[in-house]
Design a protein. Structure first.
Length: 446
């Protein structure tokens, strides 16, 4: 008997110990194994390293005759239209005759004396040149004394036509300096880069290209400078996305290059920094699990400002959602769950469904109550209208009834009234007061 009692007592103690382990030890172990971090304020820059191609509007000026050349304008300087760029002087006849043999071997064409080193360039311009005989420019812009024959093909009006293979050709193109002392007819003298917006075009994989959309403000790094730009065009292909950035700022050396290796900053943001692995969704609402002092995981909605693929920056304390509502969100030094487990995320979706069902039921009740109120108001209005119509009908009936023409005759006083007057009984006169007959005043009753 004692052995059985001892065994039962031992099992009882073991069960109590097991319960203690389950209640206290297991959650503690879970908390020790669970990874969390504390939110802190920081900054994220969303950047892409790209190799871009420059598209701009340019005009090449060629000599209208054979001239001696004297450059008077500095390159890479913004000048207004009508400015003297080069001084042109007609070559003396004897000088031309002395050099006839050399010229014939170096130049082609009967009318234009174009050197061989410029022939391909002039042909690529397809006749889209401006001839000058006074060395002045008709366009405002930046001056350059180098040409490469790409001035027309890579103009802004052909931006939509250009393909990646076209841009790849630019890598092998080298600029050629224009004649510095003398030129033949039809040879390039200088070019003007128009003072208008230009484009930087680059190709990037489709995933990285998702952050670019038309109208978005970005910046590019040029010669240790940050140059603002705007996304002007986005064309998504099978594997790559073509992005065209428009810009108005010029920089040193811009006139002599057609490619640019740079860093494009698509977004910059400051706020609370979170790991992307912490972000979960409750329906369409993004959020994180915050671990409170009791070890419970509380879902908090967040609004992401910027995301670099590994970390993101979100608002703190309160933000305004797309519907204009104030939403309470995470705070500095909140403890965030690094990677919520699947069960927890699944439970979050179940909670959302319950909330949606409760909201739908409440909405149905409100709609039912509103319908009942509307029906009662309609019935009350109808009864009021019926009473008004009945009252109006009664008034009309009274007004339409014929008026009586004969007056009702006055009734004669009863005989008893006359006898009472005769013996001096108080009588009510027309004014409503009682009086005595004057004929009995002063009579002796003895």
């Amino acid at each position: 008997m004692k052995k059985k009692w001892l065994a039962a007592f031992t099992v009882y103690i073991a069960m109590i110990a097991l319960c203690i382990v389950i209640v206290y030890v297991v959650p503690s172990l879970r908390g020790m194994l669970e990874q969390t971090y504390v939110t802190e304020f920081g900054r994220i820059d969303i950047k892409d390293e790209v190799s871009g191609f420059i598209v701009r509007d340019e005009t090449v000026y060629v000599a209208g005759n054979d001239y001696k050349v004297n450059r008077v304008a500095d390159p890479d300087v913004l000048l207004k239209s009508g400015t003297q760029i080069v001084e042109l002087t007609d070559k003396e006849a004897e000088e031309t005759e002395e050099k006839t043999g050399a010229v014939d071997s170096e130049r082609i064409g009967e009318q234009n004396n174009i050197s061989h080193k410029y022939t391909d360039i002039i042909n690529n311009l397809e006749g889209n040149v401006a001839s000058t005989e006074n060395g002045r420019t008709h366009d405002a812009g930046y001056i350059s004394y180098s040409v490469d024959g790409s001035e027309v093909k890579y103009g802004t009006d052909r931006l939509s036509e250009l393909r990646q293979s076209d841009f790849d050709e630019l890598k092998s193109i080298r600029p050629v300096q224009t004649p510095e002392r003398s030129c033949g007819k039809g040879e390039p003298l200088f070019k003007v880069i128009h003072n208008s917006k230009w484009y930087l075009v680059f190709y990037i994989d489709n995933k990285a290209g998702e952050k670019y959309y038309e109208g978005r403000s970005v910046s590019i790094d040029v010669n240790n400078r940050t140059v603002p730009a705007r996304v002007a065009r986005v064309d998504v292909g099978k594997k790559t996305t073509k992005v065209a950035l428009s810009c108005k700022e010029f920089y040193e050396g811009f006139a002599d290059v057609r490619t640019l290796d740079t860093t494009v900053t698509a977004a910059s943001a400051e706020g609370l920094v979170l790991k992307d692995s912490s972000i979960v969704k409750k329906g369409e609402q993004e959020g994180v699990f915050v671990k409170n002092k009791l070890g419970e995981h509380i879902f908090k909605p967040v609004l992401i400002k910027a995301d670099d693929g590994e970390r993101c920056v979100v608002y703190s304390d309160i933000y305004v959602d797309e519907n204009g509502n104030f939403v309470e969100t995470i705070k500095t030094y909140d403890e965030i769950v690094t990677a919520p487990d699947e069960k927890e995320v699944a439970e979050l979706q179940k909670q959302l469904k319950r909330e949606e069902a409760e909201a739908a039921a409440q909405k149905a009740e409100e709609e039912k109550a509103a319908a009942e109120r509307a029906a009662a108001e309609k019935a009350a209005a109808q009864r009021a209208q019926e009473r008004a119509e009945a009252q109006l009908a009664g008034q009309n009936a009274t007004q339409n009834k014929p008026a009586e023409t004969a007056e009702t005759p006055q009734k004669a006083a009863p005989p008893e009234q006359e006898s009472e007057d005769a013996i001096g009984i108080p009588q009510e006169d027309n004014s409503g007061e009682y009086t005595e007959d004057v004929s009995s005043e002063g009579t002796d009753t003895d």
